[in-house]
Design a protein around this ligand. Structure first.
Ligand SMILES: *Cc1c(COP(=O)(O)O)cnc(C)c1O
Length: 431
């Protein structure tokens, strides 16, 4: 399968090279050259298909013959070894729960699929060691640590901001050992991100090692997120109303995968990008002006993004036609007060406990449905509420039950290396 760089369509790549390198040499994001529609029979039979069968049909054209069928099916099976239940909140609203994976947030699917693909290419090509370098504001670190744990040929180095991730998030990325190292940075997430970018530009480092990244700019992390929307549709086939999905959005990788699924023929009529006060896309849809801003800290911290990297892929999906984009995508933004109120209200009315990201998704959906009652709405619950324990317990005024896997991780000892600046990082990588 051919990919091209969104900075220059003449710069093309295989899937393998796109996975190994992350970004194109011209710093553009890779985008698939050919998006094939799935046949009608696929949708007619979707109810009787297994998760692995659905996922294989959905992703195979994006990989072509670069991973043999049996191998690809194995990667998919390992990736999808948990459930994606659709829960009815009421007659008009469903919740797609994406937090049943090992680190309790939706990023597990992308991380595991990327680990499987990268592991395959390293083994096949005898590439030696590859180092995955990644900065995290919370959920990416745990998902990547878990997904890449023990994968041969890969060392993982995670940078996270000291004191700015939740206790559970920190334990998830600092307690695994083996091929995973956590670097604790005295600074903010932006500082971590800057150091990672600097390392990617550093010639000394490139001479010494093969480096790749594992955030949603990597096609192997971005594309498998399409699966969620097909799994949701499988559970919604009998719904007679038009379908709208509300996606809590930060870097816009997840919602972009949903829009790609739609392009492949999945009958979802509309998407809502729900955001916290970091609402650069919402403002763009109002003004047609795209103006990135420094991110503002909120209680839905995985969406504190001031310049969403995947938005350019969404524009490409709509051939940069603003009118077309606006017809298929709405965006609404909510502050922390509104988010907390929604969390509390849904808990009191139904007993369902949302996490702060899901609560933003719920709010965005509600706003859309008020004006468009002819739709059935689904919002994505992107993380388990215990990942944001303090916030959620304070808002709903009751204790949450902590899953066994989390209780055992909380008892493990944190192992991390303190670093203060880029030269510390470089020394670590060069040693
Ligand atoms: C990463 C994350 C998001 C945002 O997803 P994007 O693909 O970056 O838009 C939303 N919710 C949670 C819980 C996350 O971890």
């Amino acid at each position: 399968m051919e990919y091209f760089s969104l900075n220059n369509k003449a710069h093309t790549s295989t899937f393998e090279n796109a996975v190994l390198k992350g970004l194109a040499p011209d710093k553009g994001l890779y985008f698939p050259k050919d998006i094939k529609k799935l046949p009608d029979s696929f949708f007619e039979e979707i109810k009787s298909r297994s998760k692995t069968e659905i996922a294989f049909e959905v992703i195979k054209n994006f990989i072509g013959n670069e991973i043999p069928e049996a191998e690809l099916k194995k990667i998919i099976e390992t990736t999808l070894d948990f459930d994606f239940p659709l829960v009815k909140l009421n007659k008009n609203i469903s919740i797609l729960e994406l937090f049943h994976g090992p680190t309790l947030a939706f990023k597990d699917v992308g991380a595991k699929f990327m680990a499987g693909s990268l592991g395959y290419f390293i083994k096949k090509g005898n590439l030696g060691k590859v180092t995955v370098l990644v900065a995290t504001s919370g959920d990416t670190g745990g998902a990547v640590a878990n997904g890449f744990l023990g994968v041969e040929g890969i060392d993982v180095v995670i940078l996270y901001p000291k004191g700015k991730v939740s206790e559970i998030q920190e334990k998830q990325l600092t307690t695994l050992g083996q091929n995973i190292t956590a670097l604790e940075v005295v600074g903010t997430f932006d500082d971590c991100q800057d150091m990672v970018k600097q390392a990617f530009l550093d010639k000394d480092i490139h001479q010494k090692m093969q480096l790749t990244s594992a955030n949603s700019i990597n096609v192997a992390r971005w594309l498998p997120q399409m699966f969620y929307y097909f799994f949701a549709y499988q559970q919604l086939v009998e719904e007679k109303k038009k379908l709208v999905f509300s996606v809590p959005s930060g870097n816009f990788g997840n919602i972009c995968a949903g829009l790609l699924a739609k392009k492949m023929g999945l009958p979802i009529s509309h998407f809502v990008a729900s955001s916290n006060v970091n609402d650069v896309v919402g403002r763009y849809l109002k003004t047609e002006k795209y103006e990135p801003k420094p991110s503002v800290q909120t209680i839905s911290n995985a969406m504190d993004v001031g310049n969403p990297s995947n938005f350019i892929r969404i524009q490409e999906l709509f051939q940069n036609q603003f009118g077309d984009l606006k017809e298929h995508l709405s965006s609404y933004s909510f502050d922390d007060e509104a988010t907390k109120d929604a969390l509390k209200e849904v808990y009191e009315n139904t007993g369902y406990v949302m996490d702060p990201h899901g609560a933003v998704g719920f709010l965005g959906l509600g706003t859309f449905l008020k004006e468009n009652p002819e739709y059935h709405g689904t919002f994505l619950e992107t993380a388990h509420p215990v990942k944001f324990l303090e916030t959620v317990e304070n808002v709903i005024g009751t204790k949450l039950e902590i899953p066994g896997s989390i209780r055992s991780i909380l008892q493990k000892e944190k192992q991390s290396i303190d670093i203060g600046n880029y030269s510390d990082l470089k020394d670590f990588l060069m040693q």
